[in-house]
Design a protein around this ligand. Structure first.
Ligand code: ADP
Length: 459
């Protein structure tokens, strides 16, 4: 079955987010630490230099003596700050020493710092020696013991600790936000596709009455939806055609068969004399059946995928005139006049099939024109095409039916009621043949005033 699209997208987003968040947190942490260390190293160096500077100011050049009280004050301040100070005079005699002054406090402070710093850098206390100068004159030396290359006092340590914690919280928060956003995003991306998949499944189960709304912001999805709708539509139409075909064929067969059966039974049971008229009636019904079968057969052949055309050069006007002659009797029966006009037009076509098209159109014109009506046929020769126009002043086609008359088995209500029509296949066949030639068939019609069919065939 495979994993669902939604969970896959979620998984991808989650993986990307985790990698990015980890990377960013790691890099941010490293960058902050590095910057901070540099700052602290400078800070500590500055601090030591400040102590030395302060000490230098405590030497009285006139009396050549040190102000011991102030040295003590600086020493104690420095000690609390983490710097263990020892001051010597020029002879190397110790003037002030933090360790000997308060050994316990010194040890305590050094232990605290070592303990605090043990997790950050594993160095230890280093001793830095400075010459104490007054102008060019050396007035003594100082040694400062400090945790190197830098150390943090309690506040700084707390600050760094808080900063790491904040970074961790930001990282976790971004993870949570991303997971929520990713899940919503995955849902939004997957939803229309999942819906499409479900609908495709429904369509494949034969339920075509489903339509997808084209309302996403994604062009590709909208294209997919419209193709699916199109597919559902045409499948639904095919299904309708199939049902209609069965119903129509059954209907078309039933009427002549019932008539035939009752007539034949009546004659065989001796109820009816088998007169010529009655037998002719039976022949008519059989003819109707045969023509239906021929129509269906023609349609089946056309619907086979590749309609093979045997093209030869013909004169369109000649073909039209011949068909008119053949249908003259039919037209005469209804007192309909057929007038052919136009110029010869030589085109390359499958002659038999084009004859079939003209027969279908002309016999329709006769069928759907009332007694005493008129049919005009024109043949035109244009630069790269031949044109046939068949116009009648018959019953016409209503605007509501017009878009459908070329569809299989489509008959207007009028032609159904009048029982004049065939099975609604003639125009379908005509259209397929013309389109197979790369031509076009169109109709203009108004109910009650007549119809005009135009066939255009490329040369
Ligand atoms: P049919 O065999 O029923 O004539 P067609 O496919 O030839 O089938 O025509 C389809 C329908 O179009 C007809 O049933 C009829 O309602 C309408 N039609 C076709 N030609 C004409 C016409 N010349 N005048 C009026 N209606 C027509």
């Amino acid at each position: 079955m495979g994993k669902s699209l939604r969970s896959q997208i979620s998984l991808y987003i989650l993986t990307i987010v985790l990698v990015v968040v980890t990377l960013v947190s790691f890099l941010a942490n490293a960058a902050v630490n590095q910057q901070f260390e540099e700052y602290m190293i400078n800070q500590e160096r500055g601090q030591r230099e400040k102590i030395v500077n302060d000490l230098e100011n405590l030497y009285n050049g006139m009396t050549r003596s040190w102000n011991l009280d102030y040295i003590h004050a600086i020493g104690m301040y420095s000690l609390y700050d983490g710097y263990v100070l020892t001051v010597y005079d020029t002879e190397g005699k110790m003037i002030w020493d933090a360790a000997s002054h308060d050994m316990a406090l010194c040890k305590q402070i050094m232990r605290d710092i070592t303990e605090r710093m043990s997790q950050r850098n594993n160095s230890g206390f280093t001793t830095y020696s400075y010459d104490l100068m007054q102008g060019d004159r050396k007035v003594g030396t100082a040694s400062i013991q400090a945790y190197g290359p830098y150390f943090l006092n309690e506040n700084e340590y707390q600050f760094i600790d808080d900063l790491s914690e904040i970074l961790l919280i930001i990282g976790l928060l971004s993870c949570v936000v991303s997971i929520v956003a990713g899940t919503i995003l995955a849902h939004r991306i997957a939803r229309p596709i999942t819906k499409t998949a479900e609908i495709a499944q429904q369509i494949s189960n034969g339920d075509y009455n489903i339509r997808l709304e084209n309302e996403t912001n994604t062009r590709e999805l909208n294209m997919l939806f419209s193709s699916m709708n199109h597919m559902a539509n045409s499948l639904s139409r095919q299904e309708q055609y199939r049902k209609q075909l069965t119903a129509d064929v059954a209907h078309e067969l039933r009427t002549p068969l019932t008539a035939l059966r009752s007539h034949l039974e009546a004659m065989s049971e001796g109820l009816w004399e088998p007169s010529v008229e009655r037998l002719n009636g039976c022949v008519e019904e059989v003819k109707r059946l045969s023509s239906l079968v021929i129509d269906l057969d023609g349609l089946a052949k056309l619907e086979q995928e590749n309609l093979q055309l045997k093209k030869i050069e013909v004169n369109l006007l000649e073909i039209v005139e011949n068909v008119c002659v053949n249908l003259e009797k039919e037209a005469d029966n209804k007192n309909i006049s057929i007038l052919v006009d136009g110029v010869p037009s030589n085109i390359l076509v499958d002659k038999d099939r084009i004859i079939q098209v003209i027969i279908n159109l002309l016999s329709n014109a006769i069928k759907y024109t009332l007694e005493g009506g008129k049919i005009n046929v024109w043949v035109k020769d244009e630069f790269d095409r031949g044109v046939v126009i068949i116009e009648d002043n018959g019953i016409g086609i209503s605007q509501k039916d017009l878009p459908y008359i070329f569809e299989r088995f489509y008959r207007t209500d009028q032609s159904r009621n009048r029982k004049t029509g065939g099975a609604g296949i003639g125009l379908t066949i005509a259209k397929s043949i013309i389109e197979a030639h790369g031509g076009k068939i169109t109709v203009e019609s108004n109910k009650g005033t007549g119809s005009k069919f135009t066939v255009v065939l490329p040369k």
